[in-house]
Each structure stands twice: as C-alpha cells, then as structure tokens.
Design a protein around this ligand. Structure first.
Ligand code: PHE
Length: 456
C-alpha cells in the first residue's frame, strides 16, 4: 500500500473525498443529460441498460481509476507514465492521460454552456417568468435563450470564471466545505420535486416510462441506444478521463476504495433516477415530447415551478443548486490539466488554471454559437455542442475506461492491485473485482462498440 502524498494537496478526511468525488459525479449529467437521453431512447429499456452498465462496468472501473490515481499521486498523464514504469510496461500508457485531457477539454467546453443555461434560469425563476406557463410558453422561453449568443456568452464566461477561481486556489481547500452542504440540499429538493410530480403529474405513467423496459421501443436504433446508455454511465460517474483518478490521487492510503466507490455510485444513480421521476410525470401530463433533446428539463421544470405554491422560491433554489452541482463537476474536469501544467511546466496554480480556463472558454464559444449563428453547420447531422456531447460520452470516455481496465487488470501485477485496493482480508471481493475488470468491463465496452457500428 502506498503511503505517499500528492504535491497538489490531500483531502482532509475520507468524508472529504467522498463528498468531492460525489460532487464530481453528480451534476448536469444526472439532472439534465440523463432525462433527455433516456427520453430520446424511449425510457425503460435504456434505463435498465444504464443501470447494468453502472454496476458491471462503472463500479469496477471507478475502483480501478481511484486505485491508479492513489498509487501514482500525480496528474493522470504522469501517473500513468510512473505506474507503467513501475510495472515494467511501455511508457505509451501515458497516452491514456492525454486522451483524458482532450475529453475533459471537450466536455467542459459544452458543459459550461449548459451550466450557463442553468444560471439564466435562476434569474427567470426569480423574476416570476414561469408563473402559470404551459408547455408552449416554456418552449418559447428556452428557444429565446439559446437563440441569443450574447446572453449565452455572458453566462458561459461567468461560469468559467467561477471554475477557474476554485481550481486556482486548490480543490482540496474550497471544495470540501461547499459540497458538504450542497449535495444534501440538492437531494432534498429533488425529493420535493418528485413529491410534487407525484401529486400533480402522471406519476404512474412516469414510473412505467422509466422502469418498465420495452425493448421494442429501441427499435432500429438498439445498438446506438445501448451505446448511449453505457456512455451515460461513464459520463455520469465521471469515468474514463482522469477526473476520478486525480481525486483518487489526493486520497489517503488507508481509505477503502471499494466502499467509497459503492457509496459514490449509489448516490449518483439515485440523483439521476430522482431527476427522471421529477421530470417524466410532468412531461407526460403536459403532452410534451420526451425525446425533444437537450432542452428537455428546461422546457418541463418551469411548468411545475409556474404552478406550484412558492414556485418562484423553489425554482430559484433548484436552479441555484443545479449550478453548484455543475460547478463541482466542472472543477473536476479542469483539475487534471491544471495539475499537469503545474507538474510539467512549473506553472503556479493560478497561472495554470487561468490558461486552461481561457482555452476551454474559447472552445465553449464555438459550442454556444452552434446553437444559433452556426446552426447550419453540422457534422454527422449534429451541431458542435451536440457532437462534443455525443462523442465524449459515447466514444472517448468508454475508450478511456477500457484502457484503465486493461491496465489495472492485465498490466498491473496482481500483488500491486491487491495491496492498493486493500480488499486483502476479503478474497472473494478482490476476485470479483478482478473478474469484472479483466473480462466483463473491457469485453462489455468493446461488444457495445462493435454492436453500435453494426459489426455484430
Ligand atoms: N459526472 C459529471 C456529471 O454528471 C460530468 C463529468 C464527466 C465530470 C466526466 C467529470 C468527468 O455532470
């Protein structure tokens, strides 16, 4: 077991790590992305595949990622290089870290734009704009926002500044305190929303939509639906790009990786399912289209806030909490590149965070323009924002995950992983993990890939 520490700081306790990693996992991926992708692929069957992927692929890979991070104690690129050397493997494994930087870069560029929508909705909720609106009016408010590049740019800029501020100060100091109270608050508010949806929306319909798998609904796009469910699992758990790896590198050597992983994955999944249960009853009761795409929650939740007593208050609170959840995720997307700049180029954290932030901000401008001015420009039928969203979640993150699994399961010696995971006394658990990480997780991802491109 390693007893080293990271030059970037350490979490003050096991709880601090759980909070930070949950803060990374829980974000727009759960509340914004999960409902709209589930809606695009018809609900139940997608959700079932997603849950299977979380359990059989996500959990073992998250354990592997934390383990590699804690053993390497550096940015993902340098961690992979150091561990490859330690295990006598080829230094090309650092490529995994580079791919993660690219993925983080692309994700944060559009993530910040969506976080900007969320901030804009705090203002709209507070101004009482949702009062008594129907589906059509909610759609009009959303369309007016995304048609306005200057507004989107302003919010995107504010969000990126917020991220850079925290990362420049070091994540171990500021993040812990924020997440400790925000996560429970978001949780409680989602439950309030679910209760409201249960009373006024089509709750039975929403339950059936999410939990009654109808594989026929996947139809001709079954391969793509399964790929997207797997991609959603990676995205939501923050896996495959080094975010969880770097958070693992700040974790002390005594903490149990298995136990922490299960806690994080369960909380992340519960938040996604609660978000689904808050949204689909409203979608169904108002005759809205579940497959309407990335605008889904922004076109449904305002209807609920416009009708419920105290709706302006709850609306502001909800969107504020969602901004915070997005913030704690975005920080983890930025941290791997910042740590690398500090390690390799000797930058101060402030300089590294600013440089990375500006680069992401520039790319984010392309994302937000793709919603309006450049909407005519598409690749594979998608605008830039949608394309980044699709390719990162469905290709880059799962690919990163396979490489992590192969490294942890095949390249790393058994005694290294056995010692680092510390499941020692529990031979059955270790063997279970090893089976999943060597065979099930990599084979699962590759089969899903092959199936999606029609080779299977
Ligand atoms: N998991 C985050 C969310 O659900 C997004 C994220 C993806 C964060 C990848 C870090 C790495 O919102």
């Amino acid at each position: 077991m390693s007893t080293t520490t990271s030059l970037h700081g350490m979490w003050s306790s096991r709880l601090a790590f759980i909070l930070a990693a949950t803060g990374s996992a829980v974000g727009l991926g759960n509340v914004w992305r999960f409902p709209y992708t589930a809606g695009e692929y018809g609900g139940g069957a997608f959700v079932l595949v997603y849950l299977l992927c979380v359990a059989a692929i996500g959990i073992p890979i998250m354990m592997a990622e934390i383990m590699l991070g804690r053993r390497g104690r550096q940015s993902p690129i340098n961690t992979m290089r150091a561990l490859a050397r330690q295990e006598g493997a080829c230094s090309a494994w650092q490529f995994l870290g580079w791919m993660g930087i690219v993925a983080g870069f692309l994700i944060l560029s559009f993530y910040s734009v969506i976080a900007g929508w969320t901030m804009a909705y705090v203002v709209r909720a507070g101004a009482g704009q949702f009062q008594g609106i129907d589906g059509e009016a909610a759609g009009a408010i959303f369309n007016a926002l995304i048609a306005d590049p200057e507004r989107l740019l302003a919010w995107h800029t504010i969000f990126m500044v917020l991220c850079v501020l925290v990362v420049a100060r070091g994540v171990a100091s500021g993040l812990e305190k924020a997440v400790r109270f925000l996560m429970p608050a978001l949780f409680v508010l989602l439950i309030v929303m679910v209760i409201y949806a249960a009373q006024t929306g089509d709750f039975a319909g929403g339950m059936a939509y999410l939990f009654k798998p109808d594989f026929a609904k996947l139809g001709a796009h079954a391969g793509e639906a399964v790929l997207s469910a797997m991609g959603q699992a990676f995205f939501s758990l923050s896996l495959g790009m080094g975010a969880i790896m770097i958070y693992g590198s700040y974790l002390n050597s005594q903490a149990s990786i298995g136990q922490n992983t299960v806690i994080i994955a369960v909380m992340d999944t519960m938040v996604a399912l609660l978000a689904g249960l808050a949204i689909f009853p409203i979608v169904l009761a108002n005759g809205l289209e579940p497959g309407s795409g990335p605008g889904l929650i922004f076109q449904t939740l305002p209807i609920a806030f416009g009708q419920m007593p105290g709706g302006a208050f709850f609306g502001v609170l909800f969107f504020v909490l969602l901004v915070f959840a997005a913030w704690t995720s975005a920080i983890s997307l930025l941290e791997p590149m910042v740590a690398w700049l500090v390690e390799n180029l000797g930058f101060s954290r402030v300089r590294a965070a600013t440089l990375a932030g500006v680069a992401v901000w520039l790319l984010g401008i392309a994302c937000l323009l793709s919603l309006n001015v450049w909407s005519g420009f598409t690749l594979f039928g998608k605008g830039i924002l949608d394309l980044f969203d699709y390719v990162t979640a469905n290709v880059l993150l799962p690919l990163g995950g396979v490489l992590i699994a192969v490294f942890a399961g095949w390249v790393m010696q058994r005694r290294s992983s056995e010692a680092e995971l510390g499941l020692g006394a529990n031979a059955v658990l270790y063997r279970g993990w090893r089976l999943l990480i060597r065979y099930i997780a990599p084979a699962g991802v590759i089969l899903v890939f092959l199936n999606a491109i029609g080779l299977l």
